[in-house]
Ligand binder design. Structure first.
Ligand code: NAD
Length: 272
C-alpha cells in the first residue's frame, strides 16, 4: 500500500488508511496481525482503553522494525475514565501500557454530558505537555462539536465516526470538512455485514476486486480516513490493495445510495 497522509489542522500528518484492533485480545493473534499490517504498509494503529488490548498492542509494536516516528498510534479515553483528573491519570496508564512516550492522536471515545468540558480540557493540557501530538473526538455529532466550540481553547482535528454504506454520514462529513476536522470512519466495512449487497458484488466483479475492496475504495474516494480491522493476514493484505483501480462518480453515487441510516452502535446522547 502506498501510504497517503492528511495534514491535520494542527499541522501534524496522519495516514489516511489505518488499522483497527478492536476485539483482538490475544497476544499471538495481535502480533501476527500487526506484523502483517505493517508489512502491507499500514502505519496507523487504532486502539482504545475500552478494548483492553493497549498492553498487547504495546508488545506487538515493540517487535516491529520501525522507528517511533514512522508509526501513528491512536488511543481513546473510555466513558468511565472521562473527567479532568481521571482522563489525565488513565491516559498516563495507557502510555505505560503502550510502552510509549507519546501518542499521535488521543480521542474522547464518546460524548459524556457531565464531564464534557473537563475531559476536553484534559486533552488540551496533555497536548500542551507534549504527551499527545493531536487531539480529537469520537462519536461526536454536530450538536456536540458546536457545544464544544463554546469553551474549547482548540477544536478537535479528527472526529472518528461510524461510517459504512448503510450509514454514510453525508451531513457529518460535510460539517467536519467545513470545520477543518478530518472524519475517520470506524466500522468502515460495516463489520462485514453488507458484503452481499448486489451493488457491491456487481462492482466487485466489474473491477476484479472483492466487495470489501470496493467499500474501502469508496471510503478513500470520499476524502476521509478509515481504519478497517481484520485478524487474518490474507484479508489485511486484501484490504490494503485498493490503490490500483478507481470508482467512477456514477459508481460512487451507487454506493452512496445504499444508505439506510442504520447504525451498528447506539445513537450518542444529545448534549445541549
Ligand atoms: P470493520 O468494519 O473494520 O469490520 C471488521 C470485520 O469485517 C472483521 O472482523 C471481519 O469480520 C470483516 N472483514 C474484514 N476484512 C474483510 C474482508 N476483506 N472481507 C470480508 N470481511 C472482512 O469494523 P470494526 O472493527 O468495528 O471497526 C474498525 C476499527 O474501528 C476497530 O477495530 C476500532 O479500532 C475502531 N472502532 C472505533 C469505535 C469508536 O467508537 N470510536 C467503535 C468501533 C470500532
Amino acid at each position: 500500500m502506498k501510504q497517503e497522509y492528511f495534514t491535520l489542522a494542527d499541522g501534524h500528518q496522519m495516514p489516511k488508511q489505518g488499522f483497527g484492533v478492536y476485539k483482538i485480545t490475544d497476544q499471538a493473534t495481535l502480533d501476527e496481525a500487526i506484523q502483517a499490517a505493517f508489512d502491507a504498509g499500514y502505519r496507523l494503529f487504532d486502539t482504545a482503553q475500552m478494548y483492553g488490548n493497549e498492553a498487547m498492542l504495546g508488545n506487538a509494536l515493540a517487535k516491529l522494525p520501525a522507528k517511533r516516528e514512522e508509526l501513528f498510534i491512536t488511543t481513546k479515553i473510555s466513558e468511565a475514565n472521562q473527567g479532568y483528573d481521571t482522563t489525565i491519570a488513565s491516559f498516563k496508564e495507557s502510555l505505560k501500557q503502550l510502552q510509549l512516550d507519546y501518542v499521535d492522536l488521543l480521542l474522547l471515545h464518546w460524548p459524556i454530558h457531565e464531564t464534557f468540558f473537563d475531559s476536553w480540557r484534559a486533552l488540551e493540557d496533555l497536548k500542551a505537555a507534549g504527551l499527545v501530538k493531536s487531539i480529537g473526538t469520537s462519536n461526536y455529532g454536530m450538536i456536540h462539536l458546536q457545544y464544544l466550540a463554546t469553551q474549547a481553547r482548540e477544536m478537535p482535528v479528527v472526529n472518528q465516526l461510524e461510517r459504512h454504506p448503510w450509514f454514510n454520514q453525508a451531513a457529518m462529513l460535510e460539517f467536519d470538512r467545513q470545520h477543518d476536522i478530518v472524519t475517520q470512519a470506524w466500522a468502515p466495512l460495516g463489520r462485514g455485514r453488507m458484503m452481499d449487497e448486489p451493488v457491491l458484488t456487481e462492482l466487485a466483479s466489474k473491477h476484479q476486486k472483492s466487495p470489501a475492496q470496493i467499500i474501502l475504495r469508496w471510503q478513500y474516494q470520499s476524502g476521509i480516513s478509515f481504519i478497517p480491522k481484520s485478524a487474518h493476514a490474507e484479508r489485511i493484505v486484501e484490504n490494503a490493495a485498493i490503490y490500483d483501480f478507481e470508482l467512477s462518480p456514477a459508481e460512487m453515487t451507487m454506493i452512496d445510495e445504499l444508505n439506510r441510516n442504520t447504525r451498528i452502535s447506539q445513537e450518542p446522547e444529545l448534549v445541549y
